[in-house]
Design a protein around this ligand. Structure first.
Ligand code: SF4
Length: 338
């Protein structure tokens, strides 16, 4: 938990999800002229970011009869809380055979038509915004999105100087990955503009030099932590990337059972000086997980082994918010105010 922004940020947290369309038929556009005017201003790179529709994470199209082609939306899950997602096939440019097999995206929750459509909309929208106004315009819209998920008691906590019930956090990509430098640059701008929100991400996109450079800048931000995801298939290139930018990156291991894990993975971790610096995710499915491997460098995810239970109630701390191992430290976030 953390202290909310001081008086300067007492402005009401404007909500929300903004869905829009540029391809609606003329009749629909006439009926929705106000909305489209707002949408137009959001797309204008000279405009200030604003959230045009005052409904929290709700799709607009139900009552506006508009095609749900564009929009940026977050998802909320019982482990990490708020997260931004993209389609795996188009964005996981460094996916390995192992991660494809055990990806979150294979889970029932993530395979519904609604979830898939949401990820597709997010991708279409970031492409459109990048085309219309580059990383700056996309960042403005990401910031508006991030602002929608400030804790609900943010305003009260700001006035009284107390702590919010839950921290303001966002995992970038619970499904999907960084696939272009410009997209990554947009997140950097957004993260810099919201120093009191804690961001974190895991990535396998480190083989693309431009994306890796952009991600390294993002992972260097005080309120953002970046994890290079390694497994038996990619650990050599992951460790190389890790060594190229000392002090910036963290390592995350997708841990198979000891019999299946490439034995060189553990021996390559022997040289790491700090104990428990690599977060390890024993492969898990349906409440079962691979036996956690013991190694001085490994810290086994507390959610996987059940120390922190999945929390369906969004008003309570989710496992990652309670554990915080993968998140930037709240102290850093507080310091960034000064
Ligand atoms: S180690 Fe902690 S913060 Fe990281 S994924 Fe697991 S529960 Fe979340």
């Amino acid at each position: 938990m953390r202290r909310a922004e001081p008086a300067a940020a007492l402005c009401l947290s404007v909500s929300i999800c903004f869905q829009f369309t540029v391809s609606a038929p003329p009749r629909v556009k006439r009926h929705c002229s106000t909305f489209l005017a707002t949408f137009g201003s959001t797309l204008d790179p000279r405009s200030q970011p604003r959230a045009p529709v005052l409904r929290r994470n709700a799709a607009l199209t139900g009552d506006m009869h508009m095609e749900k082609k564009y929009g940026l939306e977050l998802t909320n899950n019982s482990k990490a809380s708020w997260a931004f997602s993209l389609p795996r096939s188009a964005t996981c440019i460094g996916a390995t055979d192992i991660c494809k097999k055990v990806c979150y995206g294979n889970g029932v929750r993530y395979r519904t038509e609604g979830q898939k459509a949401r990820r597709e909309r997010n991708l279409l929208t970031i492409e459109l915004l990048l085309e219309k106004g580059g990383p700056k315009l996309l960042a403005e819209n990401l910031i508006a999105l991030v602002d929608t998920v400030r804790p609900s008691d943010w305003l009260a906590a700001s006035i009284t100087g107390s702590q919010t019930q839950t921290p303001w956090t966002l995992r970038i990509h619970d499904v999907g990955d960084f696939h272009s430098a410009k997209y990554t640059e947009a997140w950097l701008l957004a993260v810099q503009q919201r120093p009191l929100c804690s961001f974190w991400f895991y990535t396998r996109s480190f083989s693309d030099a431009q994306v890796f450079d952009a991600m390294t800048k993002l992972a260097s931000a005080e309120n953002c932590k970046g994890w290079l995801s390694i497994d038996s298939d990619n650990f050599a290139s992951g460790l190389l990337a890790y060594a190229q930018r000392p002090g910036v990156w963290q390592l995350a291991l997708l841990q198979e059972s000891k019999e299946l894990l490439d034995e060189q993975v553990l021996s390559s971790l022997d040289s790491l000086r700090q104990v428990k610096q690599v977060v390890s995710f024993p492969i898990h499915r349906g409440g079962h997980h691979a036996e956690p491997i013991q190694h001085p460098a490994l810290f086994t995810c507390l959610a996987v082994i059940g120390v922190h239970k999945l929390q369906p109630d969004a008003q309570k701390l989710r496992p990652c918010q309670a554990c915080t191992f993968c998140l930037p430290s709240p102290r850093n976030v507080a310091e960034s105010k000064t």
